[in-house]
Design a protein around this ligand. Structure first.
Ligand code: ATP
Ligand code: MG
Length: 338
């Protein structure tokens, strides 16, 4: 097995943005633009997404159909692999590095062929094309949660619970089977399809790719745990913090920090996360079990914060796993709108 993104020495975050920018205005931790992916939602029956399919991907065989969105690190398009009529999402990442480094990244990305789980976006292949890195993956036809909740409004506790359960299951799979820590859990990296599947994408599989973006602003996210902001070690518990922030954002319909919603510069926001009390849910609106689940995921000290597998045994998680929640009904709203 290729080695996953090894824990690396952290350097202080470099912040050079203008003040007055919040995660939503800066696109930190999310893509604010209305993404065509949430508008273009063809029925799942139109898509062919065989699990573990290995395609011989050549740039000339791939036809771009539509842009799905772009983040700080790349642009994602809906594409067709013409020889097999396979619809895919292709992410193009430009990495300022020597070609040998880019080749190493592409080699390291190949481990994703082995990441087969119902909670992980499937991987079709990665290659270098005109100096950029192309990653071809399963197309999730309802898009990512950042765009989804902006259309649906705040997500119910039950739906958020199912999302938390799926993300935790994906994190446990990545770590237990491949020793991979995700490192970038946030709404834009959690994707849904019209069958109600919830899957995670963009995990730190390539140490070289993580290193290539780590010391730039691109590597900074408002979902980073306090220990990560302070340059501490990245652990599976750091992903749990990011999940806690993400789930809170979904049920509140807005990023949970700062509680009064006043605009903060990026630097102020990161300071706030480290030094101010953790955000809590408004009283009386959610079950005690859900409140306790959120509070456990947002424990500031990573040594006492649970791991993903510990959090999966939390009473809220155990109950939500057994509960029948209509996720396909939840995403249907998105298709009616389009
Ligand atoms: P960042 O670059 O900070 O990680 P991001 O996650 O928004 O932000 P990308 O990973 O480049 O950036 O994704 C851009 C957008 O493309 C996402 O917000 C999502 O809406 C869409 N997208 C990404 N992957 C897929 C996919 N497999 N299927 C459908 N849409 C996708
Ligand atoms: Mg992403």
């Amino acid at each position: 097995m290729a080695s996953p993104a090894a824990p690396r020495k952290q350097k202080p975050v470099r912040l050079n943005l203008k003040p007055g920018i919040t995660p939503s205005t800066a696109g930190i931790g999310g893509n604010d633009a209305e993404s065509p992916s949430s508008i273009l939602a063809p029925p799942l029956a139109d898509l062919s997404i065989p699990q573990g399919l290995q395609l011989d991907l050549k740039p000339d065989d791939i036809e771009a159909l539509n842009e799905l969105g772009s983040g700080n690190g790349g642009t994602v398009s809906l594409v067709m692999h013409k020889p097999t009529n396979t619809i895919m999402a292709r992410k193009i990442i430009h990495v300022e590095a020597k070609n040998s480094v880019r080749k190493q990244i592409v080699r390291e990305l190949q481990i994703m062929h082995k990441c087969n789980s119902p909670f992980i976006v499937s991987f079709f292949g990665a290659f270098l094309h005109e100096g950029d890195i192309s990653i071809c993956m399963e197309y999730m036809n309802c898009g990512s949660l950042d765009n989804i909740y902006k259309k649906t409004g705040p997500v119910s506790e039950d739906v958020a619970g199912k999302i938390a359960h799926a993300v935790l299951s994906g994190l446990v799979y990545l770590y237990d089977e491949h020793r991979i820590i995700h490192r970038d859990v946030k709404p834009s990296n959690i994707l849904l399809d019209s069958a109600g599947h919830i899957k995670i994408a963009d995990f730190g599989v390539s140490g070289q790719l993580v290193n290539s973006v780590a010391n730039t602003f691109v590597g900074t996210s408002a979902y980073m745990s306090p220990e990560r902001i302070q340059g501490g070690k990245y652990s599976v518990q750091s992903d749990v913090w990011s999940l806690g922030m993400t789930i809170m954002e979904l049920v509140l319909g807005k990023f949970p920090f700062p509680p009064d919603g006043k605009p903060l510069s990026v630097f102020e926001l990161l300071e706030y996360i480290v030094h101010e009390p953790v955000p809590t849910l408004p009283p009386g609106q959610f079950s005690k079990e859900f409140e306790a689940f959120i509070a456990r995921s947002l424990i500031k000290d990573p040594a006492t914060r649970p791991t993903p597998s510990e959090l999966l045994t939390d009473p809220f998680c155990v109950a939500i796993e057994a509960k029948d929640v209509d996720l396909a009904g939840f995403v249907k709203v998105l298709q009616k709108d389009s």
